[in-house]
Each structure stands twice: as C-alpha cells, then as structure tokens.
Ligand binder design. Structure first.
Ligand code: K1U
Ligand code: ZN
Length: 170
C-alpha cells in the first residue's frame, strides 16, 4: 500500500471530469487500498480518485466514529434526492483549513459497484449523504468552494497559493 499525494486547490486537475471505471481489476483494487490509506492518514471521511489525480469514477468513504466502516463507490449515480435541502459546513482535504456552508439534498440514494464489482443501491442521510454528494462533485470536476461567492473563492485561492509559495521556499 502507498500514501498518495492529494491535489490542492486551485490545481486545475481538480476540475477534470472523471471517466467510468471499465473493470474492477487488480489495478483498481490496489488504487482502492491506497486511497483508503491516504484518506485515513489525512483524517478525512471521504476521498475521490480525482483528488489523487486519477480521473476515474471511484470514491472511498468512512463516516463511522470508529473508522471501521469503509465504503467503496465505483461508477456512482444518484438515483434519488430528497426535496428537503440542508445547509452545513463542509471541509475538503484538497482545500486545507477552509470550512464553509453548502446546501445539499438532505437524503439521497446512490447506485454503484462496490469493491468486489457487485451492484449496490445505498440509501444515505446525514453526514453520509453530504459526503457522497461532495465526493461525487469531485468526480464532475467540482470543488465545494465553487458554491461560494466569487469574492470568498478568490480570497481562498489567494490564501492557498500563498501557502504553496511559502512551502516551496528553501
Ligand atoms: O473530499 C474530501 O476532501 C474529504 C472531505 C469530505 C467531507 C467533509 C465534510 C463535509 C463533506 C465532505 C473531508 O473528509 S474533510 C475532513 C474534515 O475536516 C471533516 C471530517 C469529518 C467531518 C467533517 C469534516
Ligand atoms: Zn473534497
């Protein structure tokens, strides 16, 4: 297993649209293992393949307190979303240190293949529903800061670019 580098906003590769996974083979299983290791090490509750510069429709999630309920979504599609919408603060491993409010469907049903290539339909609410929608946005090249005002987004962009420049200084 290996830790993968996570792309950081405003890296333009975060805006690429992911393509369907063609086969759940050894390459994908190794990627899933590496993505879980990377997500747990970063203390995240989700990670999309886009964030590790792999532009295929694959997500890993674990919203459990004990960090022992891993969930793999391959080629996910939302088949139902509630009319009820809720606004809550979100964070992102690709946008470190930034938290802001985003409005999402309160509940969704997602169909996807699991890590064994089996078809599943998963009803989700609460944090899991939010996380699924956030990660599926990544697969469409969308980062949660894209929901914020241009003013806020530009401030975040400048702050993160400054951080990257400082980290690159010898
Ligand atoms: O996509 C990612 O970078 C993972 C992201 C998922 C997410 C968090 C909160 C709301 C929606 C989606 C994170 O895991 S950020 C990590 C974090 O700060 C966090 C962890 C648990 C609950 C809330 C935030
Ligand atoms: Zn994210």
């Amino acid at each position: 297993m290996a830790l993968l580098p996570i792309l950081r906003y405003p890296d333009p590769r975060l805006h690429k649209v992911a393509q369907p996974v063609q086969a759940v083979d050894a390459r994908i299983r190794a990627l899933i293992a590496d993505m879980f290791e990377t997500m747990y090490e970063a203390h995240g509750i989700g990670l999309a393949a886009t964030q590790v510069d792999v532009h295929e429709r694959l997500i890993v999630i674990d919203v459990s307190e004990q960090r022992n309920e891993p969930m793999v979504l391959i080629n996910p599609e939302i088949t139902w979303g509630s009319a009820e919408r809720l606004r809550g603060d979100e964070g992102c491993l690709s946008v470190p240190g930034v938290y802001d409010g985003v409005e999402r469907a309160a509940a969704v049903t997602v169909s996807a293949l699991d890590g064994e290539g089996q078809s599943r339909s998963i009803p989700a609410e609460g944090l899991l529903a939010v996380c699924i929608q956030h990660e599926m946005d990544h697969l469409m090249g969308k980062v949660f800061v894209d929901y914020l005002s241009p003013l806020k987004r530009n401030r975040i962009k400048s702050k993160l670019l400054k951080q990257l420049r400082e980290e690159a200084r010898p």
